[in-house]
Design a protein around this ligand. Structure first.
Ligand SMILES: [Zn+2]
Length: 238
């Protein structure tokens, strides 16, 4: 017998069968949750058990989703690539002319010489993503300088494996992760605001959280969106 219970927003399939112990598992690819339990156990007990393991369940689901997204790109025709949270299909246009990138409808067009390597295609797209961020960030900084009441001297974009953003409060310089060009623009805004608030408060303490709550009340959900992805901003413990 399979019963479905919902814990928070996570559906859990409960299977009662001839076993001695409760067994909880999270399955690829989508992170489906299954709870096997001995026949005769009551559903409220199982629900409480699942709630007590919610942190573990979410962690397993994040891992699976991370694996899914970390599949390396091969820069082939019709491969999915993202810009500002929207999915595009890559279209490789081979030509004997300087390379270029363009967006048309739902396609990212990569104009490139026929003998171009995968590395060349990647560096071309990376440079294009960098250009998108460079174009978007100054307006965000200008807007938030007024709201936060700080001045940013300089910003940079770089590839980072473990952080979405970072800042140097003394130099008043902020850095954002190149990958943010692929996420919804609101996520970029959250990281820019987060790093700018660090110019007022270096640590993730109560003052920092109060400032963020005041400036950008929905920052929690934007952070959760980003943390569902393999790159995490920082170690968040609350
Ligand atoms: Zn931070």
């Amino acid at each position: 017998m399979v019963t479905r219970v919902v814990i928070g927003d996570i559906p859990v399939d409960v299977v009662l069968k001839d076993i001695r112990n409760i067994h909880l598992s999270v399955h690829p690819p989508a992170g489906r949750v299954r709870l096997s339990a001995p026949v005769g156990m009551d559903i409220d007990t199982l629900r409480l058990y699942a709630i007590s393991r919610l942190g573990w369940i979410k962690k397993q689901q994040r891992k699976l989703r991370g694996q899914e997204r970390e599949t390396p790109r091969e820069y082939l025709n019709r491969e999915s690539h993202y810009l500002w949270g929207k999915r595009y299909l890559l279209k490789i246009v081979e030509r004997e002319a300087p390379s270029a990138v363009d967006v048309q409808h739902s396609a990212i067009l990569l104009y490139i010489r026929p003998d171009a390597s995968q590395e060349k295609k990647q560096s071309l797209l990376d440079a294009w993503y960098r250009k998108q961020l460079k174009a978007a960030i100054p307006d965000l900084i200008a807007l938030w300088e007024k709201r936060v009441g700080v001045r940013v001297n300089e910003f940079g974009i770089k590839k980072m494996k473990t952080k979405w953003g970072t800042c140097n409060p003394d130099a008043r310089r902020i850095w954002v992760n190149l990958e943010l060009a692929k996420k919804p623009k609101e996520c970029l805004e959250y990281i820019v605001v987060h790093e700018m608030v660090h110019l007022l408060e270096h640590h993730h303490n109560e003052r920092f959280i109060a400032l963020m709550d005041d400036m950008l009340p929905k920052w929690h959900s934007l952070r959760d969106d980003l943390n569902r992805l393999p790159v995490k901003h920082e170690e968040w413990e609350y």
